[in-house]
Design a protein around this ligand. Structure first.
Ligand code: SF4
Ligand code: SF4
Length: 375
């Protein structure tokens, strides 16, 4: 296992971190996965208040076996409108984890301008976090986010945080400028779930496999991330110990990309333009805002991936989240388009956006759910 400095926290983290959002069917599987992670040299375990029994099961395991030396623990708590609410949630998490202190606390889902106002209020939720730091209950403070780039940049520049948990993947490079900014600010950089949210790469479609040959898509895209020295660690969220096997080789690979890896990535790069031709959305975001609150670039990103790499299942998985996940995945479904035409003159690619949105909706809306009363 390779280790990297986690920005200004000065912690040294394994280049893979164990996320504990999955594997929650049985405590035995959960604990076997934790043990396997330690065997591989992973020294950072990440949980969250919102991950079902994860904090409690992790706490039970730590209590029984003793907290391994040098193990870095992170938990996450959503931003709160008041100091009192945050103080209570912090106390709850420490009680479930059965530890007097955690190394890192991340504000979980700093996604909106309203959340920014909460964390900037000197008497607000961050006052409780600072108090816990002064009491020695928390080491370092960061945030995770699913928000737009301007919200993330603002949060990074507040000076309140020493690390950030970010969505940034080979198939979603919108946040590349934030990677550079994190390096400038010396923030630790943790990439959220590249195997799953980065494209459901544990089960890649055959077309994607073919383009990546001779590499596995998960391996190649992990390599792409780890070849960037500003990135500290990638979260992996296995459902069972066997899903960590892929790391046996990767955990040692932080060297620059090899010529054959670079060639495979070049084939990946060329594929969307070759497949989509003049229908390719280049993700410039110039078309926003849409008066119907359709997240046009994200809808068309899913269309790009579906057509270029046959990532249909991933497209459906993410498309289903529009109108179903609040500020965690903002935007309305593509069939809300009223053909108002506002976006059209802003698109430098002259795309027929309403037509492409309709096409995407039809491709990715998935099967209509049968209603019980249809029987
Ligand atoms: S044409 Fe459709 S997608 Fe474009 S701005 Fe109008 S409603 Fe939004
Ligand atoms: S302006 Fe055009 S190319 Fe740019 S993100 Fe919007 S639809 Fe895509």
């Amino acid at each position: 296992m390779q280790y990297r400095r986690f920005g200004q926290t000065d912690l040294r983290l394994s280049v893979f971190s164990l996320g504990t959002m999955r594997g929650l069917d049985h405590p035995g599987t959960f604990e076997a996965t934790l043990e396997r992670a330690l065997d591989l040299g992973i020294n950072h375990i990440e949980t969250a208040r919102g991950y079902g029994p994860s904090e409690r099961w992790l706490g039970d395991w730590l209590h029984r076996r003793g907290r391994p030396q040098n193990l870095v623990l992170t938990t996450k708590i959503p931003p709160q409108p008041s100091r009192e609410a945050m103080a209570q949630l912090l106390a709850d998490s420490l009680e479930r984890l059965r530890v007097p202190t955690i190394d890192c606390l991340a504000i979980h889902g700093l996604n909106t301008p309203e959340h920014l106002t909460w964390v900037q209020d000197p008497q607000g939720c961050m006052a409780a976090v600072r108090q816990a730091q002064e009491n020695g209950q928390i080491g370092h403070v960061g945030f995770s986010t699913h928000g737009p780039r301007d919200v993330i940049q603002f949060a990074m520049e507040t000076g309140l945080f020493s690390f950030v948990l970010l969505h940034y993947y080979y198939f979603f490079q919108r946040h590349a400028p934030l990677i550079a900014l994190a390096q400038d600010l010396d923030l630790g950089l943790f990439i959220i779930s590249p195997g799953d949210k980065g494209g459901m790469l544990y089960t890649p479609p055959e077309a994607l496999r073919q383009v990546c040959q001779p590499f596995d898509p998960l391996f190649l895209t992990y390599r792409w991330l780890l070849s960037q020295p500003g990135i500290t660690t990638l979260s992996t969220g296995p459902a069972c110990p066997e899903e960590l096997d892929v790391l046996t080789e990767l955990a040692h690979r932080t060297d620059p990309l090899t010529p054959s890896e670079t060639a495979a990535l070049a084939r990946l790069d060329q594929r969307p333009a070759a497949t989509l031709g003049t229908d390719l959305c280049r993700q410039c975001y110039e078309c926003l805002p849409c008066p119907e609150a359709i997240h046009i670039p994200e809808v068309l990103r899913l269309r790009n991936l579906t057509l270029a790499y046959d990532m249909q299942a991933f497209g459906e998985y993410r498309y289903r989240m529009f109108e179903n996940a609040g500020h965690w995945f903002p935007g309305r479904k593509a069939n809300r388009c009223t053909d108002c035409g506002d976006c059209l003159p802003r698109c430098p690619e002259n795309l027929d956006i309403p037509a492409l949105l309709r096409d995407t909706h039809n491709r990715l809306k998935g099967p209509d759910r049968r209603r019980l009363w249809d029987d």
